[in-house]
Design a protein around this ligand. Structure first.
Ligand code: HGY
Ligand code: MN
Ligand code: MN
Length: 413
C-alpha cells in the first residue's frame, strides 16, 4: 500500500494559496478571510474523500471515517499561520494526516479503531492573546469565560470571530473532550529546528515538549520633549525595554543550553513619534525550557536584573503572566510506534525534544499522544523561508502510515 504523495503535494500547493502575501509568505490568522477560505477548502477535501466533517464549539475541524463507533485514533495539527509565515508549519501535519487516512480508506484497510483527522483553531499567537486556543479550549484548559473576555486591540471579540468560523463558545462546556474519548493523538509537524537537517535524516519521534512561559510587560517611563530634555533627566521607556530584553538574553545565555531560550519578539512604543521621548512601551517576553526548576531560578535572576534597570532609569515594569505552560512527556507507546515508523523509512529511529509548542501538549492531557517530526531545511521556521523537501515529506507519509497501523494493533479498543 502506497500513500498518494502526488495528491499530498498538490494539496500543499493549494492550501498555501490561502493567505499568500506579496512577499510569498502566508498570513492566515484566526478569523481572517484566508482562515475562512482554508476551512472551506479543507472541508471540501475531506468530504470528497468520504469523511464526515464536524466543527466543534471552538471551531476546531474534525473529519472522521464514517461507520465505526468508538474512540478514534486522531491525526492532525493546525491550519493557521504566524504573520508572514511559511507553508509547512501546521499545514503539513493536517495534510499528512488527511493523506494517510484517505489512503487507508481507499485501500479498504480494516482498522480496529475508527480514524479521525483534526485541524485545530488558532494554534499560533494571535491578536486575541490566546495561542493553542482550539486544543486548550476543547481539553478544558480554558474556560468559556476566559474566551468570552478576549478581544483584540480594535475591540473585536474573540467569541464573535469563533462564531463566524462556525463555533459557539457558549456550547463549549457540553463538548469538551473527556479522557478515553480519543484512543490516541498523533501530530505530524515540521521540526522547526536543525537536528534532522544536520543529521541528514527525514523524520524523528518526539519524547518531550518544552514548557512555555510568557509575560506581558508594560514599561512606564515619562514622555517628554526630545530636544529640550537633557540626557540625565530622561525616563525613556524604550531604552528601559531594550535593557530588559538584553537582561533576558544575558540570563538565558549564561546557562548555555540548547533547551533554554528567551525572546522579546513583540514591542510597541508610545507615543511613537520622532520628537518625543518614549513614555511607555508594551512588550511580550517569552522563556522556554523543558526544565521547570531551572526556569524558576532563571526568572528570579531575571527579576533581580530588571529591578536594577528600574532603579537606574527611574521607570516601572508592570508584569503580567500570560502563559505558564508546563513541559510534557509524550506517551511512550505512541512515541515508540512513531520511532518504528522512522526506523522503517530511514533505517534509524531518532528521538527529539520539541522546543516549539504544539496542540499535542494539550491533547496529551486526554489521550496517549505522540509527534512525528519532519526535517526543516536549515531549521528555519516562523518565516516565509520555511522549507521541507518533497523527499522528506514522502518519508514522513510512509512513517506515519506505519505508526498508525502499529498503534491500531497495540492500543486497546
Ligand atoms: O510558538 C510555537 O512554538 C508554535 O510554533 N506555535
Ligand atoms: Mn508555529
Ligand atoms: Mn505549528
Amino acid at each position: 500500500m502506497e500513500v498518494n504523495t502526488k495528491r499530498l503535494h498538490e494539496r500543499l500547493d493549494a492550501l498555501a494559496r490561502f493567505g499568500r502575501n506579496d512577499n510569498g509568505g502566508i498570513d492566515r490568522s484566526i478569523g481572517s478571510q484566508a482562515d475562512r477560505d482554508a476551512r472551506a477548502w479543507l472541508t471540501a477535501q475531506w468530504q470528497s474523500a468520504g469523511l464526515n466533517v464536524r466543527t466543534d464549539a471552538i471551531a476546531n475541524l474534525w473529519a472522521r471515517v464514517p461507520g465505526k463507533p468508538g474512540a478514534p485514533i486522531v491525526l492532525g495539527s493546525h491550519h493557521d499561520a504566524v504573520p508572514d509565515g511559511g507553508r509547512f508549519d501546521g499545514a503539513l501535519g493536517v495534510l499528512l494526516a488527511t493523506e494517510v487516512v484517505q489512503t487507508l480508506l481507499e485501500n479498504r484497510v480494516p482498522t480496529r479503531h475508527p480514524l479521525e483527522v483534526v485541524s485545530f483553531t488558532a494554534e499560533e499567537p494571535n491578536p486575541f492573546g490566546l495561542s493553542t486556543l482550539g486544543s486548550r479550549a476543547i481539553t478544558s484548559k480554558l474556560t468559556p469565560e476566559q474566551i468570552l473576555a478576549a478581544h483584540d486591540d480594535t475591540g473585536r471579540r474573540l467569541a464573535d470571530v469563533i462564531a463566524q468560523v462556525g463555533g459557539n463558545v457558549k456550547a463549549l462546556p457540553f463538548e469538551r473532550l473527556q479522557p478515553g474519548e480519543k484512543a490516541a493523538y498523533l501530530e505530524p509537524h515540521i521540526e522547526q529546528s536543525r537536528n534532522l537537517y544536520d543529521a541528514g535524516l527525514a523524520v524523528a519521534t518526539v519524547d518531550r515538549i518544552t514548557g512555555i512561559y510568557r509575560e506581558w510587560i508594560t514599561v512606564e517611563g515619562e514622555a517628554n520633549h526630545a530636544g529640550t530634555t537633557t540626557m540625565p533627566r530622561r525616563h525613556d521607556a524604550l531604552l528601559a525595554a531594550a535593557e530588559l530584553a538584553l537582561a533576558l538574553e544575558a540570563t538565558v545565555s549564561r546557562v548555555n543550553r540548547s533547551d533554554v531560550v528567551g525572546t522579546v519578539g513583540k514591542m510597541d512604543v508610545f507615543p511613537n513619534a520622532a520628537n518625543i521621548i518614549p513614555g511607555r512601551a508594551e512588550l511580550i517576553l517569552e522563556m522556554r525550557t523543558p526544565d521547570r526548576e531551572l526556569r524558576s531560578r532563571l526568572l528570579e535572576e531575571f527579576t533581580a536584573r530588571i529591578e536594577a534597570i528600574e532603579a537606574k532609569r527611574g521607570v516601572r515594569f508592570v508584569r503580567q503572566v500570560n502563559l505558564d505552560q508546563a513541559e510534557v512527556v509524550l506517551n511512550p507507546t505512541v512515541a515508540a510506534a512513531i520511532a518504528d515508523g522512522c526506523q522503517a523509512v530511514q533505517g534509524k529511529p531518532v528521538s527529539l525534544v520539541s522546543m516549539a509548542g504544539h496542540d499535542a501538549v494539550h491533547m496529551s492531557g486526554i489521550c496517549p499522544t505522540g509527534m512525528l517530526f519532519i526535517q526543516s531545511v536549515e531549521g528555519i521556521s516562523h518565516s516565509r523561508q520555511e522549507l521541507t523537501h518533497d523527499a522528506e515529506i514522502d518519508s514522513a507519509a510512509r512513517a506515519l502510515l506505519h505508526a498508525v497501523l502499529e498503534l491500531d494493533q497495540t492500543l486497546p479498543v
